[in-house]
Design a protein around this ligand. Structure first.
Ligand code: ATP
Ligand code: MG
Length: 423
């Protein structure tokens, strides 16, 4: 026998016993997004490498070390998308969608990052994301946060997530702050680790976000960005926090929340949990007004977030509740060649009449006993039984597989109304 080929490290199959939770989460996401008037956009998984370099920024973790980049057969450098924001904006610019005064979009799909695989951190993972364009004021910032809270409530995990928010101000404000920050860290360079020393030159704000506990003290003492915000940025943030207060949405202002990507400005936020160990950020986003012009568009406004579906699913209390939606209603047992023939026809008639019926028809024969075993295993609620006697009498046997109960017989003509009453 030849050797079995295995999946790539950090890229996981989602098996049939897990897909009900995935479908349940996707369904809730769709439903919540529809409730706020967002439209779906579907984007390619591969884009030109240049797109990510220009948007995410050369000195971010993603572009420096996490991208799956390769040369196409004609020599173009392509990259498996590490996130959805850049591709979404590229598509909107390409198709003129930003000529609308506002756009509200969502997407979902796989993203790829070459990270060290561990729980909650994979090389192929699934994101659901939202992007809203053209809106300057803080109302849309609040809307995105309210919408995520609604999703947590729908999924029953709101009590496990905490909202952290911060304002990064404008690019100009951040540049002034950046100088002060570099000055401060230069004075404390001995307290920095190698990563942070490197970032001091390239992306000093990221030092604030370091996960190294030895840096906690020096980071704590660093100047705060809040002091460098201009009036407009302060007002924007203030209006956002009052909207959240009015909606009774609790949050923590975390002045160290800077996010890894270069393109953010003003509002940034993360929903975090203490239940997933080190991989505690489930959803992250922010405003990125500057990116539109950076990708060649007319200056406008943009804000979005992305959430990691694997982490979200790990937070579900009772994932089994989603199984209900996919379990077969009935398992069709047929014994004897006549039953197989007329049973196949009957099954099709049932599906014609009851499009929502989930009916599994047993194939490849076997005794009543062996077919009943398979029916039990299938998780179906009912067994429909067709043997020689039933075929002769135009009847059908029915047995409830969940509750103990005698098998009983109906006329085949009574079967559709009977099943209908159970759906
Ligand atoms: P982290 O700090 O955990 O590396 P990030 O800042 O790189 O996250 P974003 O780029 O903001 O993450 O992506 C948004 C969300 O996507 C994250 O909050 C997380 O839930 C999820 N995510 C990011 N990278 C991974 C990964 N490698 N595996 C699984 N989920 C991920
Ligand atoms: Mg990351």
């Amino acid at each position: 026998m030849s050797e079995k080929i295995q999946a790539i490290r950090g890229m996981h199959d989602i098996l049939p016993d897990q897909t009900p939770s995935w479908q349940g989460v996707e369904q809730s996401f769709r439903q919540v997004l529809a409730a706020y008037g967002y439209q779906e956009i579907r984007l390619p998984i591969v884009e030109k490498t240049e797109l990510f370099k220009r948007s995410i920024g050369e000195v971010t973790d993603i572009v420096e070390k996490e991208m799956y980049t390769f040369d196409d057969r004609n020599g173009d450098s392509l990259t498996l998308r590490p996130e959805g924001t850049a591709g979404c904006l590229r598509a909107c610019l390409e198709h003129g969608l930003l000529h609308q005064p506002s756009q509200r979009l969502w997407y979902m799909g796989p993203m790829f990052r070459h990270e060290r695989p561990q729980k909650g951190r994979y090389r192929q993972f699934q994101q659901m994301g939202v992007e809203a364009y053209g809106m300057e004021g803080p109302a849309i910032d609040a809307e995105l946060i309210l919408l995520t809270r609604r999703l947590w409530k729908t999924l029953g995990i709101a009590h496990k997530l905490e909202l952290q928010i911060n304002s990064l101000g404008t690019l100009e404000e951040r540049l002034v702050y950046r100088e002060k920050l570099v000055e401060y860290f230069r004075a404390h360079v001995d307290a920095l680790d190698d990563d942070s020393k490197r970032r001091l030159e390239t992306n000093p704000l990221r030092i604030l976000d370091s996960k190294n506990p030895n840096l906690a003290e020096v980071v704590q003492g660093a100047p705060s960005l809040a002091e460098y915000l201009g009036e407009e940025s302060r007002n924007h943030f203030q209006a956002l926090t009052s909207s959240l207060d009015n909606a009774a949405l609790a949050y923590t202002v975390n002045p160290r929340l800077v996010r890894g990507l270069d393109y953010y400005c003003r509002t940034v936020f993360e929903w975090v949990t203490t239940e997933l160990g080190a991989q505690g950020t489930v959803c992250a986003g922010g405003r990125y007004d500057g990116l539109i012009a950076q990708l060649g568009g007319k200056p406008s406004h943009a804000i979005g977030f992305a959430l990691g579906v694997e982490r979200l699913i790990d937070l579900l209390d009772n994932p089994a509740r989603f199984d209900e939606a996919v379990c077969p209603h009935a398992y069709f047992i047929r014994v004897g060649s006549e039953a197989e023939g007329s049973g196949a026809l009957l099954a099709e008639q049932l599906r014609d009449a009851l499009p929502n019926l989930r009916l599994v028809v047993h194939c490849d024969g076997g005794s009543f006993k062996s077919q009943f075993k398979r029916a039990d295993k299938s998780g179906a609620g009912l067994a429909l039984i067709l043997g020689e006697d039933e075929v002769r009498d135009s009847a059908i046997g029915i047995k409830n597989l969940r509750k103990d109960g005698e098998q009983f017989t109906l006329k085949q003509s009574e079967l559709i109304p009977y099943l209908q009453s159970l759906l």
